[in-house]
Design a protein. Structure first.
Length: 680
């Protein structure tokens, strides 16, 4: 939706760089260029499936709201606030002028336009100019040809093309930017129009819409989805079938929807802006993926990247998201896709992989399960107790010691054995065939065994014991409030001597640990003090410890990546007026530098997470409170636009009042922003 006269047209570039960002220069006042501002860009074409490398694409001016690609994958094309449509030439040349909608447009006056859609069958770029209506231009660019004849547009905005018939649909916001009858215009002044390239006729097919900011044609061309900005809903208009030429409410939204775009599979992404007005105005930018039946498939919270800035479109291309915003000087590319691996029960605290990429995790009810494949799901693999009763234990919450409680686990690739710690019973090992595990160190050595890692060079196993704090007081809010327990320990087990030694005491709930790639030190997360401690194993500092990094929240498990960096699960917890959790993942270097911060609220809401682990470029997230393992594709390319350490925790938590944050954010995380129209 375009509060200022602009629309975003673009292409998807994929790369070996961590993110794709378009940085734009200062804008010329668009009011000077009213006569030359295109509204929505749209291209309809058949395009080959190929990605490109991620880049920063500087724009000549602001206003990029939507993009389009031509049939040869050239582009992106996008409109600017100043009336131009520009095309991305190459990484050295950048964007060049491609088209305008007025022949006498003055570069001196105006440079400094709006949106489009490409027809991939005809390789024609169709443009909805906010003030002049529908235009078309060929691959050679230049001055676009007006198509809408005498049809009057108050403010042309969204555009899409029927992939089968080639018919073009346009939304008109109405006279919402005029002071005359403004309220009526906002509530019911919008229209849906259809342009037939064969008859060259433009017809109004639906009226009474409430600021129709975006639209998308279904994959089979039977209906259109129209996002009504003011009414916070998506309306479905039937093009074919028994309901042809009728409309109905398709989906109610928690905020104001902007552009909506269809994916290759026939689902839709819609950009939603949730706006809270009291005690002060704040914006929550979210994206939501919905099915053709109106089912919510995925929710993404973009607050970490955009803070309180509205977004206008999300486009999914080859599993990557491309996000646009009128109000920023960048476009973020390379967002992850999210899916779930369902578990037989809750309690997935930690994850590990064998040499054949098999995934293992423990459950609250005492089982260790293994993922066969995404279709078959998880199957029982091992237990700690030979006489464990499936009838008694399966599905329990981990409060029965007779069932076992496996928490931290690590697969040792050299011996093809799975080592793990049971909170109550200590250290165990089981072979690659599974079954009942062998106890290596009795439970008398541990109060509450938690995390484990293995030195891949020596085979020595390191374990943390958080102490008896959870046994004495299971109330987490009280534990966090007091924060004075120092009963945690770091221990070492040597498989050769079968001896266990205490290396470090006085730790504040050591929830996780990870050994460095060279085996010179161990990183330990201290939950209660919100920090990571480094314990030196080798070198001049051997057997000494130091604080490596202070974190914005309570850290749980920490896992090393193949490159020697570390992912740590961090939960920012506000205690008043009620306990509210904001789950994050932070990637840090071996020197303690924060490399990446990811906000998982969009997928997990106020749910505590326990581990973030990267495996072959995919990131897996564990939580003891969910019945699934979260899987993120492309997360390694995702970056927060503003670092917590530069802008404070409020760059992640969007309010000063926890209760407001909880209610507002839970509501916003039921929806997700999207909205770019690809060129088909």
């Amino acid at each position: 939706m375009k509060i200022t006269p602009t629309s975003f047209a673009g292409t998807f570039l994929q790369s070996d760089k961590p993110e794709l960002i378009v940085h734009v220069e200062p804008i010329v006042d668009p009011s000077l260029c009213k006569e030359t501002i295109p509204g929505g860009l749209s291209v309809n074409k058949k395009r080959a499936e190929r990605g490109r490398s991620q880049l920063k694409l500087p724009l000549p001016s602001l206003g990029s709201e939507s993009y389009a690609f031509d049939s040869g994958n050239s582009g992106p094309y996008t409109g600017l606030n100043d009336g131009r449509i520009v095309k991305f030439q190459d990484s050295e040349t950048g964007f060049v002028d491609f088209a305008t909608t007025t022949s006498n447009r003055s570069k001196e006056l105006c440079d400094g336009t709006n949106g489009s859609k490409m027809n991939t069958t005809t390789s024609l770029l169709y443009i909805a100019d906010a003030y002049h209506g529908l235009f078309v231009v060929g691959l050679g660019g230049g001055v676009a040809t007006k198509l809408s004849g005498e049809t009057h547009f108050d403010y042309a905005d969204g555009i899409d093309i029927d992939p089968i018939e080639g018919v073009i649909y346009i939304t008109d916001l109405g006279n919402v930017f005029s002071q005359t009858n403004r309220t009526t215009g906002i509530l019911q002044g919008g229209r849906l129009l259809k342009y037939d390239p064969h008859t060259k006729k433009c017809d109004v097919i639906l009226t009474g819409l409430s600021m129709p900011a975006g639209l998308a044609v279904s994959k089979d061309g039977t209906f259109l989805l129209i996002s009504e900005y003011s009414n916070r809903r998506i309306t479905r208009f039937w093009v074919k079938g028994p309901k042809a030429n009728t409309s109905e409410t398709f989906l109610e939204l928690p905020g104001n929807p902007d552009n909506i775009k269809r994916t290759k599979s026939g689902d839709f992404w819609v950009a939603v802006v949730i706006q809270e007005w009291l005690p002060k105005k704040i914006v929550f930018p979210v994206g939501q993926k919905i099915s053709a039946e109106g089912q919510i498939l995925q929710t993404v919270n973009f607050f970490a990247e955009y803070n309180a800035t509205g977004i206008t479109e999300i486009h999914e291309h080859l599993g990557t998201y491309y996000v646009a915003s009128l109000n920023t000087d960048f476009v973020v590319f390379g967002f992850n896709s999210f899916s779930k691996l369902p578990l037989p029960s809750v309690g997935s605290e930690s994850l590990t992989f064998d040499s054949e990429n098999g995934l293992y995790t423990g459950l609250n009810d005492g089982r260790i399960v293994k993922l066969i494949d995404p279709e078959s799901g998880f199957v029982d693999f091992a237990t700690t107790i030979s006489n464990r009763s499936k009838k008694l234990c399966d599905g329990t919450k981990g409060d029965l010691k007779i069932c076992g409680k496996p928490i931290g686990l690590e697969f040792y690739q050299k011996t093809k054995e799975l080592y793990f710690v049971d909170a109550y019973l200590g250290l165990f090992v089981v072979g690659k065939e599974g079954g009942v595990a062998t106890q290596l160190s009795g439970g008398t050595h541990f109060d509450f065994a938690d995390a484990i890692d293995i030195d891949t060079t020596t085979g020595v196993i390191y374990i943390t014991d958080i102490g008896d704090i959870l046994l004495r007081n299971p109330n987490m809010s009280d534990i966090l409030f007091r924060g004075d327990d120092r009963g945690g320990r770091l221990l070492k087990y040597d498989p050769k001597t079968k001896k266990i030694d205490v290396l470090l005491k006085g730790l504040a709930m050591p929830a996780g640990l990870a050994i460095s790639k060279d085996g010179s030190f161990v990183l330990i997360t201290e939950y209660l003090t919100s920090k990571i401690t480094r314990f030196w194993i080798k070198g001049p500092k051997a057997n000494t410890s130091e604080t490596l990094v202070q974190l914005p929240g309570n850290p749980d498990n920490i896992k090393r990546t193949s490159s020697g960096e570390f992912w740590v699960a961090v939960n920012i917890q506000k205690l008043q007026p009620t306990l509210t959790v904001f789950p994050l993942g932070q990637k840090i270097s071996a020197e303690g530098k924060i490399l990446q911060t990811v906000n998982f609220y969009g997928e997990y809401n106020a749910t505590y997470i326990t581990e973030v682990q990267e495996h072959h470029g995919t990131v897996y997230v564990a939580s003891i409170n969910t019945g699934f393992v979260g899987v993120y594709k492309g997360l390694s390319t995702r970056r927060s636009a503003n670092s917590i350490y530069e802008h404070g925790i409020d760059s992640v938590i969007p309010s000063e009042n926890s209760s407001e944050v909880e209610s507002a954010t839970v509501e916003l995380c039921n929806k997700s922003p999207s909205g770019l129209t690809d060129i088909k």
